[in-house]
Design a binder for this molecule. Sequence first.
Ligand code: FEO
Ligand code: CA
Ligand code: CA
Length: 580
Amino acid sequence: MTEGRIARRNVIKGGLVMAAGFAFGGCALTSPLAGRGSRELIGFRPVALAEAKGVMPAISPDYEYQIVVPWGMPLQPDGPAFSWPPGADDQAEQMGIGHDGMTYFPLSEDGRRGLLVVNHEYGRNSHVLGVREPASPEQVRASQHAHGVSIVEIVERDGRWERLASPWARRIHVNTPVTFSGPVAGHPLIANPANNDWRGTLNNCANGETPWGTYLTCEENFNLYFGSKTPFTPNEAQTRYGLRQSGAGYGWHLFDERFDLNNPDYINEVHRFGWVVEIDPKAPDASPIKRTALGRFKHEGAAVVEGKDGRVTAYMGDDQRFEFIYKFVSAGPWQEMRARGVSPLDEGTLYVARFDEGGTGQWLPLTIDNPKLANRFEDQAELLVNVRLAASMLGATDMDRPEWTSVAPDGHVYCTLTNNVRRREPNAANPVAPNPHGHIIRWRDEDDHAGTRFSWDIFLMAADVYETEESFGSPDGLWADPDGRVFIATDGDQYRGINNQLLVADTATGKLSRLLTGVPGCEITGLTTTPDRRTLFVNIQHPGDGDPTITNFPAASDGHTVPRDATLAIHRKDGGIVGS
Ligand code: FEO
Ligand code: CA
Ligand code: CA
């Protein structure tokens, strides 16, 4: 690690040198330790390392939590009650599993009633079905219905959150009709000889929200659900997207031909996944729309920000070792585009990031008018379907697994790089090789998120605090709040075997404090708040990795009940801003 740390110091020094001569938009990158005076942003008493290993969550003594919307809870009060393993039809009316990114959309004036829109990233067969491999189409459908997105209406009454009967509550899963828009819509690359409808979203990881009130769900490891009974020989693009005969063991291809890689009737099914999908939570009959202009890769999340000229930018990580960071900028101001009946997510430019030495960087446009790309791809649609290959051709910077992005009010974009034990060659933005604990990078674009140049620095190397009381590793979920705090949720090995955790960092002072720890085998993810920021919703994903002998969470007693993914609603006991 010694060499890595030296490399990092050089990077930060480079960043400061850059700031002197290349500050734009009033921005000069500063160290997290410089800046705002002595105002204490983080006042809560942290969870100590020694308390962070229990079979139930631990929270700061200044906070309380309540468990809401667990896997299997019916979306409507009169819906089918949870039973295990769930039947496919019941599961389609209940909360899915693998709670991940989510957004709270307030419905009432006081913000205490709203729609919670929750991604369901994944659930192993052993957890969902109680078997390693499905033995029937019914079991495959149950697994498919456990994936996707839930929309559920909740309200706070007398300090407790409850589910309500709701006209908006609905499940979107692997068999829900969807539509495509943008350059790939109508293209032969998403048509199958079987002429089957477009259906489904899966491996819904992190999320985003648009200024026009819709939800974005991001399809990450779609490759893992495809497989074949006979040997499968991937081509270059299929190899790059991780397609292989065994998939990840879901076995959907055994009973659902859509997911059989060697079935010639469904040859392009795999091109229908790996997109950012827009959902209008207040239009329960509207189909989810796959926004293909944002490219096809293992989408972690999509942090959308409106620039001062009204154009929107979406920042997106592609979570795999040595993959890239992207952004999409709408062609025009979003209000004007929508007034013309055009989605701001359908027309615009997709870019990939190149981080240069010295704290500067360049957004490289992924457009077919680049002769190099036109040589390789027929049209913009083919480029977008294979955008990882296109990005490599332009010399994008390979990263240590880009996970969540979040835009701070000062314009900095923060991005977690969770870890990369396979890195041998460091680069400017990924200076540690190997990088088992990960880091958080940040940048600021010129031209208020629309420009092609940016300045960047490393906010935090997890290795620098890993052996301290504030230890964390494998940062994943991330949210920059309006006051200068950054919430960091982890997913990976933690120091001394503590549970995955939620920490709060002060971006001005560098102070780091542990707010919450989960349960054994879980990850912490999914950060969203009420508008007054008095309640934070956060997810406990895959508690015990589904093993009831590890934890019964959220059941408080013994008895080896199956652990269930669930959301925690947390608040300060004194009613203060969450994180303070
Ligand atoms: Fe879905 Fe990269 O975590
Ligand atoms: Ca993640
Ligand atoms: Ca992760």
